[in-house]
Design a protein around this ligand. Structure first.
Ligand SMILES: Nc1ncnc2c1ncn2[C@@H]1O[C@H](COP(=O)(O)OP(=O)(O)OP(=O)(O)O)[C@@H](O)[C@H]1O
Ligand SMILES: [Mg+2]
Length: 338
């Protein structure tokens, strides 16, 4: 985990150690390392059945904030449900120790539910197990590959026809979230899954709602905690600025570039350091990306949030249609001439 004033060396070291993990820190008592991933054995430390209903069966994954288990919904099974499997998310031990940690989990639940889109993970319930006082979310069990695992299998990136089938639904999900006033805050390959049923964006744990949306929801103060994934957070987030839709655009653009090229656009160097090192100057269009997609993607990869004015909808349009992409291309040529 990263303290607000972590040094450059610290950032680089941590980015190398766990480039895909979210670093979560209550600012006052930041712990410097991500919690070790739990093993199958640690399932035994949790109640075997949560809320008298969800039988935990195995570990699905763990990140910087939470741990996700596969479970059987015994109630639905009792009524003959042929596929009673769900996923259960609980907070990791370090995070759960904070007094208002379950508000974090509830916020994730409420934000995700508010989006409601085919390409966003479906959440079922937020509950607290009475005996253990453990808060948890029950949700759709995804079967498939997260994009970080897909990239391991396809180190050279994906051809355009396959990339497009991931990029458009992912951007659809983001367009919908932003349209509903929800910011994701942590878009990265391990928070997107390519499932049997299609693409799913998930893990809104660092998300926020825009003013006037979900007003009753506790707003998590970034002056009190800091959380980000070094390789995907926009420079302004790393500099302590508030989350905006432009920061989501930067993150999704890093993911799309990585899928197209097989490599992260800035070698996963934290973006404020990449900016200082001038890495954007050597940025080239990914090899297999059609020409009309590049200007919009390049705009979304801008380090300066003022220059990154493209919306998720515009990026989606540019990738969907040659004509919309060509408009960005013309703008790009004019900017380069001017
Ligand atoms: N509904 C689900 N079905 C199947 N697997 C899931 C599900 N939800 C999460 N996972 C797996 O668990 C991993 C961790 O989940 P999640 O991203 O929600 O946790 P996190 O601690 O918030 O992660 P981060 O480090 O990104 O903050 C995912 O990358 C994925 O592999
Ligand atoms: Mg995650």
């Amino acid at each position: 985990m990263i303290e607000p004033d972590a040094s450059t060396d610290d950032l680089l070291e941590m980015a190398e150690q766990a480039p895909n993990l979210t670093y979560f820190a209550f600012a006052k008592n930041a712990v410097r390392q991500p919690a070790p991933a739990p093993t199958q054995a640690s399932v035994g430390q949790l109640p075997q059945v949560l809320a008298g209903r969800y039988q935990l069966e195995g570990l699905l994954g763990a990140g910087g904030m939470g741990t996700v288990y596969r479970a059987r919904d015994l109630l639905h099974e009792q009524y003959g449900e042929p596929s009673p499997y769900v996923a259960i998310k609980v907070l990791g031990e370090d995070v759960a120790a904070a007094p208002d940690a379950s508000a974090l989990l509830y916020s994730e639940f409420a934000l995700t539910r508010h989006v409601r889109h085919d390409n966003v993970l479906r959440l079922y319930t937020f509950e607290v197990d009475q005996d253990s006082q453990l808060a948890f979310i029950s949700m759709e069990l995804m079967r498939g590959l997260t994009l970080d695992k897909l990239l391991c299998e396809r180190p050279g990136g994906l051809p355009w026809n396959q990339l497009r089938e991931i990029a458009l639904p992912l951007l659809d999900a983001l367009v919908c979230a932003h349209g509903r006033g929800v910011l994701h805050g942590d878009i990265k390959p391990s928070n997107v899954m390519l499932c049997d049923e299609g693409v799913r964006l998930f893990d809104f744990g660092l998300g926020q709602s825009e003013e006037g949306v979900l007003d009753g929801l506790p707003q998590l103060s970034r002056s009190r905690f800091n959380a980000w994934t070094p390789g995907y957070a926009a420079p302004e987030l790393l500099d302590g600025q508030p989350l905006t839709s432009r920061a989501d655009l930067f993150a999704v653009a890093c993911v799309l570039y990585e899928l197209a090229e097989g490599k992260h656009p800035f070698q996963r160097v934290p973006s404020n350091l990449a900016q200082a090192q001038g890495l954007h100057l050597s940025l080239r269009a990914p090899r297999h990306l059609p020409w009309y997609c590049w200007p919009a993607l390049r705009a979304a990869l801008s380090f300066d949030p003022q220059a990154r004015s493209i919306t998720a909808h515009q990026l989606r349009q540019a990738w969907h249609s040659r004509w919309a992409g060509a408009r960005h291309w013309l703008g790009h040529v004019q900017v380069r001439r001017g």
